[in-house]
Design a protein around this ligand. Structure first.
Ligand code: HPA
Length: 283
């Protein structure tokens, strides 16, 4: 397991070497993980340094449609940032520790805040495709945890506190930013499931009973890994569909990828104003 720590350091070194030539001394303050179909948000990065995951030691490729698998570094609305375009999922067969490896790597680069974005199904009956939900908390229903196994003491404690898994300060910043922009946003609990099947209607009713507002197959591992490392987390879920059983139609991945586009413009506007505020602060 100590190997994981060495691998993180090796990856950070390779990324720093790569960016040193273009932008000496570049140090990202915020990390952003872009979910399915949200890749275009990274087009806002000035003079981007793009590194395919395949060029970074210890990173895997990505296989899912809509997931490009690139790290992009540069200034995002004036803030030195590192973006992960494309993530690994547990349903692809990766171990949780592999799923969170890119997250751990960007945290080890010194970011203060990690912003996780995703595409989700709306469990809350008030939610509509195109809505953005500020993630206030999550429920881990993946049946696994990226911190399973011997604790990596170099990264964090054996039993990390998760009282504020999603920083309340970040929730306030995101909410007030959306308010100022006149963008109506939702706030709620993300239920993280393993997938890759979408839920049955009975499972969606169960998730609602448990307190979930949106459901998806990502985000939870990364939020756990970042909390372990003491990096504060913010989360935005793009509601792409009504969860199973809430609409007469069947769910398809194509619909999810298509409907993410409904949120991109609002997300873009929120991030422009919120990221310069999110870079500060403690957990
Ligand atoms: N369920 C699980 N994951 C998802 C969904 C959904 O309805 N929509 C987008 N990702």
């Amino acid at each position: 397991m100590a190997k994981v720590y060495d691998h993180i350091l090796e990856s950070v070194r390779a990324i720093r070497d790569r960016i040193a030539a273009a932008q000496p001394g570049f140090a990202p303050e915020i990390g952003v993980v872009l979910g399915s179909g949200l890749g275009p948000i990274a087009n806002r990065i000035e003079n981007p340094v793009v590194i395919p995951y395949t060029d970074i030691p210890n990173f895997h490729g990505t296989s899912v449609e809509g997931h490009a698998g690139k790290m992009i570094l540069g200034k995002f609305h004036g803030v030195p940032s590192v973006f992960l375009q494309g993530r690994f999922h547990v349903y692809e067969g990766y171990d949780m520790s592999d799923v969170v490896f890119p997250t751990r790597t960007i945290c080890a680069m010194g970011i203060k805040t990690l912003l996780l974005t995703n595409a989700s199904g709306g469990i809350n009956t008030r939610y509509r495709p195109g809505d953005i939900m500020i993630i206030e908390d999550h429920i881990n229903l993946m049946g696994d945890n990226p911190l399973k196994g011997p604790n990596l003491t170099q990264l964090g404690p054996r039993f990390p506190d998760m009282t504020e898994a999603y920083s309340a300060e970040c929730v306030r910043i995101l909410e007030s930013t959306a308010d100022e922009l006149g963008i109506a946003v939702q706030k709620g609990v993300y239920a993280g499931v393993l997938g890759p099947t979408y839920e049955t209607p009975a499972e969606v009713r169960m998730l609602r009973t448990l307190g979930g507002d949106a459901v998806g197959m990502s985000t939870v591992p990364e939020a756990i890994a970042a909390n372990h490392l003491g990096v504060r987390v913010a989360g935005l879920a793009c509601i792409t569909n009504l969860a199973a059983g809430l609409s007469p139609r069947k769910l398809t991945h194509a619909e999810v990828v298509e409907n993410v586009k409904l949120s991109v413009e609002s997300l873009d506007q929120i991030l422009e104003k919120a990221v310069p505020k999110l870079k500060y602060g403690k957990k």
